[in-house]
Structures are given as structure tokens and as C-alpha cells.
Design a protein around this ligand. Structure first.
Ligand code: X2X
Length: 338
């Protein structure tokens, strides 16, 4: 497992850039092709660590011809900004959550149907199988290229500042932040809460200033974004599995030579598979550290939440919105969703 301490990560980035210079001529030769990649996660998240390793691999395998420059932690703006930048070619790569790219490709949110996935076996059978292929084909229709292996964000958990969330009735009126995502808004309204769509870059301060009292994210994100500093309780709900599609601007991608496309594809898919392992290990190990930092955990049974969603017509609505083909591909892996 990778060491996520900030020192080790900064060291990894420093040695990565040094490596690109060591052995190079005194004046580092500018790469023939420079590709910019933006994301919304802190430097210490496994996504950035593995992305840097992939960039190093691409530089090495192209003999320095191709440089992927990474702009982490919303340096280029929030998700909405980066989504428009990758669409118009301002950046070559972006890793939007499936929830976020769904503002452009509605069916991409299908993996986020509430309480659909019970475990990672179901997730990867779906996302590396027919459902993932279906979503990638839909992404291609908006002139974005999605790499085959979706990266992992993890199972999302609910945190709150004033009281623990134990069952669906605890959601009534709860001011909870959700990503800029139609499905998230729909789901948390169906749970009778008061969801607010905010970019991830605004989450910490919105919790700190009590604009919202709750949010929901995997524990790895709670850790790296230090949300434990502004939240008191964490309900282990596993209410959504979320992933990051690694996407490229379609025109820029098509314009690259085939050999370079092959090297980038191999590097990103390999890195994605390693990142999945990192996130899973982190999500399994970080709870003790978060407890030591003051976060109180409880296990929230899904039954009352699923019943509330069913009674509110959430599953019926999204089955109609996603259509029978996509919904069938989802139910093939998770069973019938009432
Ligand atoms: O914005 C979020 O909550 C995050 C970081 O999980 C996503 O990118 C969807």
C-alpha cells in the first residue's frame, strides 16, 4: 500500500520531477507533446499518486516526447469548470466523478443509484463489463474519450455535525451538501433532506460556516480533505458507489499518434487498477485514524433508506430516466431494484 503522508507524497512528486531531469541534459528538453490533466482531489489522494506514476511511465516510454502535467486539487477551477475545459480542449484530461459527468451524460450516473451495489465484486463486474461499456459509449457521443478502467472513489458515507444519522427518518430537513449532480439531488430530496449542490472545492468552508450541516463522501475523501475537522459523526451507509471516469478531449485524443495513444492507455488503465486497490485499502484502514481525530462512527442499516426511496418513487423514476437497456445491465449485476 502506498504511504499517504504528505511528506512521502510530496517526495514522490519531487522525485518524479527530478527523475525527469536526472540523466536529462542540463537544460531539461521541453516535451514535444504537453498534455494537461486537471482533477479535484488533494495531492495525497491515491488518484494523484497513481496519476503521477502513470505520467512518469508515459514520459519514460515515449523517451520524453510526451509530458502529462497534473493540476490537482481544483487548481484549474471546480468540477464544472474542468468539465467545460476538457470539452473545449483547454485541458486534455479530467477525472470527473460519474455523478458529475452525468450533468453532460445522464446515463453516467447509473452506478450511483442509491443502495444498488452491495460490494466491490458487483461494482467491478458491472463497471468492467456491460454497464461500463454502455456508459463509455454514451460518453463518446459527447466527444469525450473515456478510458476503459474507471478509477475508484469508493462507497459514499454520510457525515453530520449535530447528530448521528442512524435511519431514514434522521434525514428529515437535514441540510446536506451533495455534488453538482441531478441524481444526488433527487436521491436526497426523496429522503426528505434539504440537499444543496456545491462543488467539492466549497465543501469544507460550507461545513465550517454551517451553510450545510452534513455531506456524504467515501472515508478516504473525508480523510484527505480533512472533513473530520468540521464534522462530528459518520454514518457508514454505503449509499452510493462512486467512481472517477478518466476522460480525454475527443479531438485532442484522436489527434495523437497511435503509438502514443497505446502507451497512455496502458499507463492509465494500469494506474487505475492500482488506484482501486489503494482506495479499498485506505477505506478499510482509515476509520481508526478518523476516530482518533474525533469522528464518531455508526453503522446505518440500509433497509429504512431503501424503503423511503422506494416509497418516494426514486427507483421508478430513475428506471424510466435511464431506460430499460442501462437499467437491465445494472440489475444483471445487483438484482432487481425495487
Ligand atoms: O465532490 C465530491 O463529493 C467528490 C470529491 O466525491 C466527487 O468528485 C464527486
Amino acid at each position: 500500500m502506498i504511504n499517504l503522508s504528505r511528506r512521502s507524497v510530496l517526495g514522490a512528486f519531487a522525485s518524479a520531477s527530478a527523475a525527469s531531469v536526472i540523466g536529462a541534459p542540463m537544460v531539461a528538453r521541453a516535451a514535444e507533446i504537453e498534455l494537461r490533466y486537471g482533477n479535484n482531489l488533494p495531492l495525497t489522494h491515491p488518484l494523484n499518486i497513481r496519476a503521477q506514476q502513470a505520467a512518469d511511465q508515459v514520459r519514460a516510454k515515449t523517451n520524453g516526447r510526451v509530458e502529462i502535467k497534473i493540476f490537482p486539487n481544483n487548481q484549474l477551477g471546480g468540477d464544472t469548470d474542468m468539465l467545460s475545459q476538457v470539452r473545449n480542449g483547454g485541458i486534455t484530461f479530467f477525472t470527473p466523478s460519474a455523478l458529475v459527468i452525468a450533468t453532460l451524460v445522464p446515463v453516467a450516473a447509473i452506478n450511483a443509484v442509491g443502495f444498488a451495489f452491495a460490494d466491490y465484486d458487483q461494482v467491478w463486474r458491472a463497471m468492467d463489463g456491460g454497464l461500463g461499456a454502455h456508459v463509455r459509449a454514451a460518453i463518446a457521443k459527447v466527444n469525450l474519450h473515456a478510458f476503459e478502467k474507471i478509477w475508484d472513489n469508493g462507497f459514499r458515507q454520510m457525515t453530520s455535525s449535530s447528530k448521528p444519522i442512524e435511519q431514514a427518518k434522521d434525514m428529515a430537513g437535514l441540510k446536506i451538501r451533495v455534488p453538482v449532480s441531478p441524481l444526488s439531488l433527487s436521491m436526497f430530496k426523496a429522503l426528505d433532506s434539504a440537499p444543496a449542490s456545491l462543488q467539492f472545492s466549497e465543501v469544507y468552508t460550507s461545513l465550517q460556516t454551517r451553510i450545510v450541516d452534513a455531506q456524504e463522501n467515501p472515508v478516504s475523501i473525508i480523510q484527505v480533505a480533512k472533513l473530520y475537522e468540521v464534522q462530528k459523526f459518520c454514518a457508514l451507509t454505503n449509499h452510493i458507489w462512486d467512481g472517477f471516469w478518466f476522460v480525454a478531449n475527443g479531438r485532442a485524443w484522436a489527434g495523437l499518434p497511435d503509438d502514443i495513444k497505446g502507451i497512455i492507455t496502458e499507463a492509465l488503465n494500469e494506474a487505475g487498477m492500482k488506484q482501486r486497490d489503494d482506495v479499498r485499502q485506505l477505506n478499510e484502514s482509515v476509520q481508526a485514524d478518523l476516530q482518533a481525530k474525533g469522528l464518531t462512527f455508526n453503522k446505518a442499516a440500509p433497509d429504512s433508506f431503501r424503503a423511503k426511496l422506494r416509497d418516494a418513487g426514486f427507483y421508478k423514476e430513475w428506471k424510466e430516466r435511464f431506460g430499460p437497456e442501462a437499467w437491465g445491465l445494472l440489475e444483471k449485476e445487483v438484482g432487481v431494484l425495487a
